[in-house]
Design a protein around this ligand. Structure first.
Ligand code: HT7
Ligand code: ZN
Length: 871
């Protein structure tokens, strides 16, 4: 297909003011009657035909203002309905279609999950239900009537408030009518029907509106929805206090389903979730699961304002809702938990997913200029870098300026489909600041490199920072303009205290230096002793900083920096230097400085255990590969990392054993951040203590595996055991399966751990597990847990030099593509860093990608990724 370009945007020719939907649910022949109140757009082209989108639709009947339409007056195919000569400038079009929810394996449109009916419409799924101008700038109010067999679907839900329900006399069927008073685009439509258990609660908004809350889950799982409900209520309150945003319907429902392409979906008043982000109990969910649930529940709820009340004009503006809403959910979790630890976790995730995307063939701007398949742009760049851009805006404008801009944005654009320009204008107008150059963050792809050189002049008592910035070339963007980069800095004096930051006579507010040029110098005055610069504090900008800090300076910052993020980063920087050296030259590492710094962190009783766990966890293999940038040998990286981990584990054995012993839980499991932090440090110690597979280390892990009273500790112990070729590995895997085999979400963890074993027989193991009764190619969670975890989380085996790992993943992509193109193309995206591999592995990755690209009949999703990855 031809690319769709932002520059070609035109307003819709026809608007829809009102939509009445009538669903007669049936497993294979669901009947959908849509009545659309169409109105010619005064801003459109004179005499334009009505063209409605469809996707694989079967048309049964058409009528205009109640009169059936003769075949000669329209043109209907599976993918489009055209009325070349509309009868008037406004009329009601009635469309009857038949859809087959059971055959819908793409999980877009109306489909079935575990026998229940549900829908997924973002971005272009509504057109798989009925013909419609399926674009986000057509906003309508919806009334939805659903009828179904009472036995098959006792629960019937849709957007908005329930206005009517009851039996259909003389039949075994019943019905419900839902009305959503808020105009919305079609992608926010949702319907659910099925046998579901309900957890009910209520919330009273700041202005006194009573809201009925419901979380619907598969029968028998209601007791696992408590944490999600608690997270929902906390999210609702937080949005009122942090952003002044109240909920706006009488009902807020969440439904958890087990077959879902992504994490969750923010449909108005009826969020639909992957059950992974709803269900939790201490026995089956880890601390990471709990924080994931909290974050995703918040994210979808926050979309009610940033996405739903103000939506996107077109899909190029996706970051308008996604980047902003990720920023909001990150802030929520920071307020609920530890802010520095949350920031560290977010930056680790950003670097792993987005920096790697930005440095490879799939790099694209936060707001792309063109796309072939919009489903492929729900990326780390749009989401996570999009959130970083909002964060930088806040850093530049300050707390009050940012809030004023947000308030103006809500006030101006409530009920509209907006653009990034609208968003930026609200901040510019609220603060008087020119954001023209800042907008480059939405246009230019690639991660800027900021190079900093510091020099001290003892006589003049000045410290000078010479700063340059450059954005590397990316696909379609060979040259770049300088960006506005808010670089938060500190100058740490010899006693560890921050020195005052004064440029000439001006105090640098909040430590924010604004970089705007390719090269700039900042001369700080009144500096009495040579400081150590602390750069990009709090990771204030998503850039790579080249600082030239010495190992001693990093050790100093790890011990003294007032900024917790940079304390963490100093230690990571030390480790990264050693790991790169080790991977490049295979040279023995000399980790004494790192060991000393790590020992100090471990012994520091003033530090939060969760922070210590983050600081002491070595950079991942992916980050080391990205730093090396070219000729990457994943086996060498793995070996260097293992060697450094062993050196640390051995040198700190006493301290780690003491930590492990001291952090025994005092009571039963609770998922709060402080308890989770203690578990994370204890489990990090467990891992280090077993790194050399010593009998003692393995026995400790085996004992924890058997005795754990919660999934966090049990899984952490299992993760240690599976990485070592010891008899305890298979024993523990078998015991785990036996214990949790009825629980698909737990068996996903079992798949993930096995898929990530760095051993030469893992590929065979993964192939074997694909035939396991618990595996299904039809369920996205299973595919991601087994094949996705292998491709994205096992660099040595996915990139085997014999090419078997690449070939296997390509085979799965091709098998999956006809069933579920979205999941297939995401899996193929695991090849996004293939160009940085050394020549042998690079050739095998290229061959696998070419084989995929050359396969006839590919979906647009897979074909787009294959072409761009090779491009
Ligand atoms: N807005 C949603 C994005 C989405 C999605 C969700 C479920 C299945 C398919 C999907 N395609 C796009 C999720 C979010 O960011 O909140
Ligand atoms: Zn979102």
């Amino acid at each position: 297909p031809q690319p769709i370009r932002l520059a070609d945007y035109r307003p819709p020719e026809w608007l829809v003011d009102k939509v009445d939907l009538d669903f007669a649910l049936h497993p294979t022949q669901a009947r959908v009657t849509a009545r659309l109140a169409l109105r010619r757009n005064p801003k459109g082209t004179q005499g334009a035909p009505v063209i409605l989108d469809g996707d694989g639709l079967t048309l049964v009947r058409l009528a205009i203002d109640g009169a059936p339409l003769a075949g000669s007056s329209f043109e209907a195919g599976p993918d489009r309905l055209t009325l070349a000569h509309p009868p008037a400038d406004s009329f009601t079009l009635e469309i009857e279609t038949l859809v087959d929810p059971t055959a819908n394996t793409q999980l877009m449109g109306l489909y079935r999950s575990s026998g229940n009916y549900c829908t997924q419409c973002e971005p272009e799924g509504f057109r798989r239900i009925t013909y419609f101008p399926d674009r986000p700038d057509v906003l309508a109010v919806y009334t939805t009537r659903i009828e179904a067999e009472r036995e098959e679907a006792p629960i019937l839900l849709s957007n908005g408030n329930l206005v009517e329900s009851g039996p259909l006399p003389g039949t075994t069927r019943h019905y419900a009518v839902w009305q959503d008073p808020w105009p919305k685009p079609s992608y926010l439509f949702a319907l659910v029907g099925g046998k579901l258990a309900k957890v009910a609660d209520r919330f009273v908004t700041a202005s006194g509106r009573e809201v009925e809350l419901g979380i619907y889950v598969e029968e028998g799982k209601a007791e696992r929805a408590g944490y999600a409900m608690d997270a929902l209520k906390r999210s609702m309150r937080w949005d009122e206090t942090a952003f002044g945003r109240e909920y706006d319907l009488d009902v807020f429902n969440i439904v958890a389903v087990s077959d879902f392409n992504m994490g969750a979906m923010e449909n108005k008043g009826l969020n639909v979730f992957n059950d992974k982000y709803v269900l939790a109990s201490p026995q089956v969910a880890t601390d990471a699961d709990y924080s994931g649930i909290e974050g995703v529940i918040a994210h979808e709820y926050f979309h009610n304002w940033t996405g739903n009340r103000i939506t996107c004009r077109d899909w190029f503006q996706l970051c308008l809702k996604e980047g902003l809403t990720v920023f909001r959910d990150q802030e929520f979790s920071s307020d609920q938990r530890s802010r520095p630890v949350k920031r560290i976790a977010d930056v680790r995730a950003l670097k792993a997913a987005q920096f790697s995307e930005d440095s490879g063939p799939l790099a694209h701007p936060v707001r792309p200029q063109s796309y072939r398949e919009i489903n492929n742009f729900y990326t780390a760049t749009v989401y996570e870098k999009g959130a970083e851009v909002v964060r930088m805006l806040k850093t530049l404008l300050g707390e009050a300026g940012f809030r004023a801009g947000m308030d103006l944005y809500f006030q101006r654009h409530d009920g509209q489909a907006a653009t990034i320009e609208d968003f930026a204008a609200a901040f510019a107008d609220a603060t008087g600041r020119d954001l023209t150059q800042f907008s480059l963050w939405y246009e230019q792809s690639g991660t800027p490199v900021v190079t900093v050189k510091g020099s001290y002049d003892a006589e003049a008592r000045t410290y000078r920072l010479d700063v340059s910035q450059a954005v590397p070339p990316t696909p379609g963007q060979p040259t770049k303009a300088p960006m506005v980069i808010p670089l938060v800095v500190g100058l740490v004096g010899p006693n560890g205290d921050d020195l005052p930051l004064t440029l000439g006579n001006t105090v640098v507010e909040r430590g924010v230096l604004e970089l705007t040029k390719a090269e700039q110098s900042f001369v700080f005055t009144g500096i009495d002793a040579r400081p150590v610069p602390s750069l990009n504090r709090g990771f204030s900008a998503p850039v790579n900083v080249v600082s030239g800090l010495t190992a001693d300076e990093r050790v100093f910052l790890a011990a003294h920096d007032a900024d917790p993020f940079n304390r963490f980063d100093a230690l990571q920087g030390l480790a990264l230097g050693l790991l790169k050296e080790g991977a490049r030259a295979g040279a023995p590492v000399a980790p004494e400085a790192l060991i000393g710094a790590a020992r100090n962190i471990l012994a520091n009783t003033a530090l939060d255990p969760a922070f210590k766990a983050q600081a002491l966890a070595l950079p991942g293999e992916g980050e080391i590969a990205r730093e090396l940038a070219a000729d990457v040998d994943p086996d060498a990286i793995y070996a260097a990392r293992k060697a450094l981990k062993s050196a640390l584990g051995n040198a700190l054995a006493g301290d780690l054993a003491q930590t492990y012993g001291a952090l025994v839980a005092a009571g039963p499991f609770t998922p709060d951040a402080a308890s989770a932090g203690r578990r994370s440090l204890r489990n990090l110690a467990l891992d280090y203590l077993a790194v050399t597979a010593s009998a003692e280390g393995i026995a400790r892990a085996a004992a924890q595996f058997e005795q754990a009273d919660n999934m966090t500790d049990r899984l952490a112990a299992l993760a240690v055991l599976v990485q070592h070729d010891v008899p305890e590995r298979e024993r523990a895997l078998a015991a785990f399966y036996e214990r949790f085999k009825a629980d698909a979400l737990v068996i996903d963890k079992w798949f993930i751990l096995q898929a990530q074993i760095a051993a030469s027989d893992t590929l065979e193991r993964v192939k074997g597990l694909m035939a396991h009764p618990a595996f299904s190619l039809g369920n996205p969670n299973r595919v991601r847990s087994l094949v996705g975890a292998f491709a994205a989380g096992n660099p040595t085996q996915f990139n085997r030099p014999d090419g078997a790992g690449h070939a296997f993943v390509a085979d799965v992509v091709l098998t999956l593509d006809p069933k579920n193109p979205q999941v297939a193309s995401r899996l193929l995206s695991s090849f996004k860093t293939w160009r940085q591999l050394e020549p042998v592995r690079r050739a095998s990755a290229e061959a696998a990608l070419r084989r995929v690209a050359d396969t006839p009949g590919l979906s647009a999703d897979v074909s787009d990724i294959a072409t761009r990855a090779l491009g």
